[in-house]
Design a protein around this ligand. Structure first.
Ligand SMILES: [Zn+2]
Length: 221
C-alpha cells in the first residue's frame, strides 16, 4: 500500500512588484512538491494531482535509479507556464509545464513522471541526450504506464538515437533479453560523468549498434 497521507499547506510568497502569489505545498517535511498555478489558475486541480504524483513517485524513481553515495532530490517545484510552447522541461529541481499542453492533453500525467525522472537523474552535462531522454521514458513506460499503447517503430528508419520511447523500448528489450541491470549501471555512469560509448561493450559484450540490430529484428516488419 502506498501511504496517501499528505500534508497540504499554503505558502504565500510576496513578490517585490507583483501581487502576492499563492503556491500549494504537497507532501511531508521529507518529500514535497510546490505547485504554482498562479499564471494558469484553471489548472489548479490538475497541478495538485501532478504534485501528489511527484510525492508518490520521488521514492520509486530514486529506488529505480540508485548509485553509490547518491541521495536523490526530494523537492520539486511545478510551474505552469501560460506562454510556453512544447510540453515541459526540468531544470535544477523545477519542472516548467506548458499550460496549453496540459489543457490539450489532460490525461498525460506520464509526462510529469518523465520530467520528475530528470530531477532524480541529476546528471551533469556531457552525457548523450538520447540516452538521458531514453532513461526518463524507460521509467515512464516500463514502470509508470506499462499498459499504455507503445509507438510502432519503423525498422527501416528508427534509431536508438531517436531518444524518448524508442530508446526506452530498446533499453527494456536489453534488460529483458540481454543484460539485466543495464539501466542502473548506465544511470550511475551518467551521474558521475563517467559515461562513454565503450560502456555498452564492457557491460553487455556487444556494441550498441549490434544490440540495436538484434532489437530491430524482433520488431514486426
Ligand atoms: Zn526529457
Amino acid at each position: 500500500m502506498t501511504p496517501r497521507l499528505f500534508i497540504l499547506s499554503i505558502v504565500l510568497i510576496v513578490g517585490a512588484h507583483a501581487a502576492p502569489r499563492t503556491v500549494i505545498k504537497i507532501g511531508t517535511n521529507d518529500t514535497a512538491a510546490i505547485v504554482d498555478t498562479n499564471d494558469a489558475p484553471d489548472l489548479k486541480e490538475w497541478g495538485n494531482k501532478a504534485g501528489t504524483l511527484c510525492v508518490e513517485w520521488f521514492p520509486k524513481i530514486a529506488a529505480l535509479l540508485p548509485s553509490d553515495g547518491f541521495t536523490a532530490p526530494k523537492q520539486v517545484t511545478l510551474y505552469f507556464d501560460p506562454k510556453m510552447k512544447g510540453v515541459a522541461h526540468a531544470l535544477s529541481g523545477k519542472i516548467t509545464v506548458s499550460a496549453a499542453f496540459v489543457r490539450a492533453h489532460p490525461d498525460d500525467f506520464g509526462m510529469i513522471v518523465h520530467e520528475l525522472t530528470h530531477v532524480v537523474q541529476s546528471y551533469p552535462p556531457g552525457g548523450p541526450g538520447w540516452l538521458v531522454e531514453g532513461i526518463a521514458d524507460y521509467i515512464r513506460i516500463v514502470h509508470y504506464e506499462p499498459r499504455a499503447p507503445r509507438p510502432k517503430l519503423d525498422p527501416a528508419k528508427a534509431s536508438y538515437k531517436d531518444a524518448y520511447k524508442t530508446t526506452a523500448m530498446f533499453l527494456e528489450w536489453i534488460e529483458q533479453h540481454h543484460t539485466a541491470g543495464l539501466v542502473v549501471k548506465m544511470n550511475a555512469a551518467l551521474r558521475t560523468g563517467a559515461y562513454k560509448d565503450e560502456l555498452w561493450t564492457s557491460l553487455t559484450g556487444k556494441t550498441v549498434d549490434v544490440l540495436w540490430k538484434q532489437f530491430v529484428e524482433t520488431l514486426p516488419h
